[in-house]
Design a protein around this ligand. Structure first.
Ligand code: GDP
Ligand code: IMO
Ligand code: MG
Length: 418
């Protein structure tokens, strides 16, 4: 059984926690897109792990954790993540890195900084990890791949070409020789992990192993389906798996969407159900909505059914996992957006024209809150009636069932729904 897990909103839906939980029953966990703009949190017995490049299944030593060709790698960040995990007793014997993944170079971070500054008011609010420029170089066919770090001459030639290409933008702070030596050293230290991951995944599929594909970011941050240009630079929808891990669509058995019981967004861009003031503060404080990667405050808003329906469609979702329901425990009334209003028109499908995103008004249905603590529950049958009604409404809007409910940040704080 091969399962894809994706975020249905603007990222940070709680994917890390869910991947860790689902990983218990699989043989391998595979990242297929994104880079260290990702921050996936897993908390086990009070110990917190935030994964940026390493798949969130790594806490189970016997599972294969694979970073596919669709991911962009900052090798310094990856090595630091590996070392820090090893210091904490996590084994990386089953970690594999694609030789075809592209590399984030020091000038990518600088280029991103320059671009964000030049954009001024139109800045994206990126994580400034160099992810966008690395993907841009990949598409422009001048990118450097992980396997190039193992070949002295190849690396030098590609590096020279790239530095020449970007010369007008970069001042002399980038020494070709210095970067070359540093990245050759990274290559040496990563060599033991580098393989043809597509081939490994293919073998696992042939052996009928269970694989989990770990999506990063979220549907509305996807380069094609998201709120462009306020998006990330990769395909974070389920379709990204095929190109980013090297498998065919016929190999995917199930697609799960992780959806938060409300919505958050980091960085700039449209957000129809965004709220300000007291409600925003409650959501942010109870939900601890501060970035796992950049520590920025996350913007907060009510649940948006229009984007859920959209995510269900463009990802082909089979089922949902609803996270952070406990964050809504104290509300007297809870709003849920069922459609948008554009002028006098009611819109049920997420508009494809970007000029509408800033102008639509959410149409809310209001529900009474359950005002009971759900975080201590251990059985779905004990869930307050009004909370069940909230779940039912979400299922109705999305047209897909919720199979798992998360009511706390710790591993195990989950209720399965049959
Ligand atoms: P990801 O990027 O989708 O993996 O999400 P993040 O890890 O960036 O952000 C989710 C945050 O919510 C993390 O701090 C998690 O520990 C936390 N979290 C996950 N699930 C729950 C939940 O059900 N309840 C609460 N209160 N927190 C949760
Ligand atoms: P996870 O996997 C939330 C956002 C950034 C910015 C936009 C572009 O933890 O859910 P980028 O650095 O990717 O070029 O930034 O995308 N962004 C995320 N927001 N969660 C993430 O990942 C994100 N990765 C990128 O804030 O708005
Ligand atoms: Mg995150």
């Amino acid at each position: 059984m091969n399962t894809v897990v994706v975020g249905t909103q603007w990222g940070d839906e709680g994917k890390g926690k869910i991947i860790d939980s689902l990983a218990k029953k699989v043989d391998a966990v595979v990242r297929f897109q994104g880079g260290n703009n990702t921050g996936h949190t897993v908390i086990v017995n009070g110990e917190k792990f935030i994964f940026h490049l390493i798949p969130s299944g790594i806490l189970y030593s016997e599972k294969k954790c694979i970073v596919g060709n669709g991911v962009v790698i900052d090798p310094g960040v990856l090595l630091k993540e590996i070392e820090e995990l090893q210091e904490r007793g996590v084994k990386l014997d089953n970690f594999y890195l694609s030789g075809n993944a592209h590399v984030i170079m020091p000038y990518h971070k600088k280029l991103e900084e320059i671009e964000e500054e030049r954009r001024g008011k139109m800045r994206i609010g990126t994580t400034r990890k160099g992810v966008g420029p690395a993907y841009a170089d990949k598409i422009a066919r001048r990118g450097i791949r992980v396997s190039d770090l193992l070949k002295k001459e190849v690396l030098l030639n590609k590096l020279r070409m790239n530095l020449k290409f970007w010369k007008e933008f970069l001042n002399s702070e980038f020494s070709c020789e210095k970067i070359w030596k540093q990245y050759l050293d990274y290559g040496k230290r990563l060599r033991k992990y580098i393989i043809d991951t597509s081939l490994l995944i293919h073998k696992l599929i042939q052996e009928k192993k269970n694989i989990l594909f770990e999506g990063a970011q979220g549907t509305l941050l996807d380069i094609d389906y998201g709120t462009y240009p306020y998006v990330t630079s990769s395909n974070s929808v389920a379709g990204g798996v095929c190109a980013g891990a090297g498998i065919g669509p016929t190999c995917i058995d199930k697609v799960i969407g992780v959806t938060k019981a409300y919505v958050t967004r980091v960085g700039e861009g449209p957000f129809p159900t965004e709220v300000r003031g007291e409600i925003e503060n409650i959501l942010r404080e109870r939900g601890k909505e501060y970035g796992s990667t950049t520590h920025r405050s996350r913007r907060c808003g009510w649940f948006d059914g229009v984007i859920l329906r959209y995510a269900a469609r463009v990802n082909g979702l089979d089922e949902l996992v609803l996270t952070k329901l406990d964050v809504l425990d104290s509300f007297e009334r809870i709003k849920i957006c069922v459609a948008y209003k554009y002028g006098k028109r009611i819109i049920r499908d997420f508009p494809f024209q970007s000029f509408m995103w800033e102008k639509v008004e959410p149409v809310y249905e209001e529900m009474e809150g359950w005002r009971k603590d759900t975080s201590s529950l251990r059985n779905f049958k004990d869930l307050p009636l009004r909370a069940r009604e909230y779940l039912k409404k979400i299922e109705e809007i999305g047209g897909i069932p919720i199979r798992l409910l998360s009511i706390g940040p710790q591993r195990g704080e989950l209720l399965s729904i049959d």
